[in-house]
Write a protein that binds this ligand. Structure first.
Ligand code: ASP
Ligand code: MG
Length: 421
């Protein structure tokens, strides 16, 4: 049986026709190895940003349906051009959009989840020896409505296709050479990780490392899809392999540091301390499809018998969240609702921090030494996040990267060579 390899190329990798020709060569190389190849592509360059900008010029709050109709067109251009480029190299190729394949999603606009992928047509075309090029980021509901998976969602399209086709591997080709200990633009001596666990990658992605769409990692973990992040411009480099944590040798408490600058904090002040208040606030937000990240409720002092409830959301959801909270303000009988978008969530992540005390205190001390005020703290088994002023974020990332010994010259290469998947 031939192996199926799914390859995904992001916007920068298909930014112009020369780059598309370059991608075609990488695709053909994989086909030449005797594998079946399915390619997923994003829209060219900054196309999606440009489409969003035009929509906003027409209406500050365009309808979800029409926005998805518009945004899904970007990927339509790149699939056709890439299929042509592959054909010019003398190989058979066919492009499909999500509707043609049957990439079925929930009936939600702008951040739909994939629920099922039809594989008959794909298998038939692969059996005929064709290279298949599929539009990422888009889906279709059971009623035939076009949806999109959220910005950066092509990664998730690729992993979901890899899972559905039982692929040997999913290669995410991008403009960076792999997953780094932190953003190399902020810390020039950040090191490239040879491997990272799904769990750590998931936390890194949620914490603001913009390498992969978080849901793609979730899907890969759930379906045990080996995932590799690698450069489309240096294709000999194996990049970073993302695998189950059990397959890893853990030598450091912290694997990576990330900053998420796209959050906003909302504080609902003076919420009467009676049962059901948090339920009211967060169920209403959930109903509006607004994801909440960090949550803190203050201790209710006897005098006032009220709490402040603070939480963070995607800054892009701020207007919608305020509108939603104002609708229930009377029923929860709270005080002011405050917003601050000048904040950043700085996180340290590592499977090695489990059962190792002192990691949180080392993080707090590092921030304290710099005079950085911590506004909120949240933790998971393998992550500690602190909310700080946006202006302090880069400084914090640099100091934490240093504190936990992640710089290129301090990482010992103990893992040896990875299997050439
Ligand atoms: N084109 C979409 C975006 O820019 C999807 C993607 O690139 O993954 O968000
Ligand atoms: Mg992307």
């Amino acid at each position: 049986m031939r192996k199926v390899i799914v390859q995904k190329f992001g916007g920068t990798s298909v930014a112009d026709t020369d780059k598309i020709k370059n991608v075609a060569r990488t695709v053909v190389k994989e086909k030449e190895k005797g594998n079946d190849v399915v390619v997923v592509v994003s829209a060219m360059g900054h196309t999606t940003d440009y489409l969003v900008k035009m929509a906003k010029e027409i209406s500050p709050a365009p309808s979800g349906r029409e926005l998805d109709m518009l945004l899904s067109t970007g990927e339509g251009v790149s699939i056709a051009l890439l299929a042509m480029a592959i054909q010019s190299l003398g190989y058979e190729a066919v492009s499909f959009n999500a509707m043609q394949v049957g990439i079925l999603t929930e009936n939600v606009h702008s951040k739909a989840r994939i629920v099922k992928i039809e594989t008959d047509k794909l298998k038939k075309n692969l059996n005929e020896g064709k290279i298949i090029v599929i539009a990422g980021f888009q889906g279709v509901t059971s009623d035939g409505e076009i949806t999109t998976l959220g910005r950066g969602g092509s990664d998730t399209s690729a992993v979901a296709l890899a899972a559905a086709l039982n692929a040997e591997r999913c290669d995410i080709y991008t403009d960076v050479e792999g997953v780094y200990t932190t953003d190399p633009r902020v810390v020039p001596n950040a090191s490239k990780l040879k491997e990272v666990s799904y769990e750590e990658m998931l936390e890194l992605a949620h914490a603001g490392a913009n390498v992969l769409h978080p849901r793609s990692v979730e899907t890969a973990k759930l379906n045990h899809v080996p995932l590799r992040v690698r450069s489309s411009f240096k294709t000999d480099d194996l990049g970073t392999l993302i695998v189950g944590v059990n397959n890893m040798e853990i030598d450091k408490p912290v694997t990576g540091v990330a900053a998420d600058l796209s959050q906003a904090r909302i504080v609902v002040c003076d919420v009467p301390d009676i049962p059901g208040q948090a339920a009211k606030i967060f169920s209403k937000l959930a109903h509006e499809n607004i994801s909440v990240d960090m949550i803190i409720q203050s201790y209710a002092r006897k005098v006032s018998n009220t709490n402040d409830i603070a939480f963070t959301i995607e800054a892009a959801d701020t207007d919608k969240a305020l509108e939603t909270l104002n609708q229930i303000k009377t029923s929860i009988n709270c005080g002011d609702i405050l917003v601050n978008s000048e904040i950043a969530k700085v996180s340290i992540i590592g499977a090695g921090m489990i059962d190792r005390p002192g990691i949180a205190s080392a993080m707090f001390e590092t921030l304290a030494k710099l005079g950085i005020n911590i506004k909120m703290i949240s933790t998971s088994e393998i992550k500690i996040s602190c909310l700080v002023d946006k202006a302090d974020a880069e400084k914090a990332v640099r100091a934490l990267h240093e504190e936990f010994g992640l710089s290129a010259n301090t990482i010992a290469d103990v893992k040896g060579d990875l299997p050439n998947l």
